[in-house]
Write a protein that binds this ligand. Sequence first.
Ligand code: FES
Length: 364
Amino acid sequence: MNDEWIDIGDAAALSAQPLQRHNAGTIEIALSCRGGQFGAIHNACNHVGGPLGEGTLDSDYVVCPWHQWKFHRVTGLGEPGFEDDRVPSYPVKVEAGRVLVNVMAGTQRHRAPHEPHPLARPIVRADGPVRVAGISTTAMDSKAPRYSGSDDLLASSLAAAAERGCDTQLIKLNELKFHACEGYYSKAARACTWPCSITQMHPKDELTPVYEALVHWADVIIVGTPIRWGQASSLYFKMAERLNCIQNQVTTHNRVMIRNKVAAFIIVGGQDNVQGVAGQMLGFFAELGFQFPQFPYIAHSRGWSAEDMENNVRDVRNSKDLHEGAAELARRSIELSERLLQTIPAEKLERGGRKAHADRHRAG
Ligand code: FES
């Protein structure tokens, strides 16, 4: 079998690029050339299949373009300390100015066991009362906190949930140090992973409690946001972009991670555009797979001309209606959750929305 050499092209032309993706018969390889010496390893990365030939060279290591795993460009072994994680490597030779690769004599791929991230565990609802997570998205100086209308109303929602016997938790994005989404999905659909690539690559990233609450713990999510320039807060959007990985699992793996869960919203602005903010939040959480109670948000805004913010603070703080409205929002969200948990089998939910279509452009 060792005479299965495949001519893949002109040596001078192929040596012009230090690293490239190339075909050798039916096998896709990452062909490298350094100091005039060619190396050939399989193109698919051991992690989640990134195209090694589209990566970069770090000395003699091919760096995967998706999440930067490294493999020796000639032997296919993982970088020092991770040699056991290896991709197939193939003999290469140059004869009469042509590059020949023997794909039949390749080494075997070996995936070293990696401890799965705790978030990757099966999604199983533990028995117990309805669990309600409040997510505060307002930004402020935590050493000198100010009054926040959306936080205050969120507190009223959680108090009503606790009164009803629910377990509750409050997550303040302002207290979490987390990275912005770095656009792995824009590299390739499958480069966006669950758990989030950033969560796996940066152990100090602090968005994990949000993922834990949304995917594993909570039955009901209540998100509170101020209105900033007619939109939800910057922290809300920073979180939302990092939640792409939950939505993308539907596209890439036909995996619906949010089932029988309810979302509701509290929107408070000194100025306008409650409906625009609500529309975005409803659309986004619908795409994640959440369901909504009747009248899924409460809101307060005094309008475009109301620049006297101190009066806005007073209005929210003292409004019995608003605080009772926040409590009612929690109650009807919990009632819906109770019905969902009792009546709808989890398996019944299918693809929907723009994710009705599978990722038909998926490579290999
Ligand atoms: S590092 Fe290669 S696919 Fe993730």
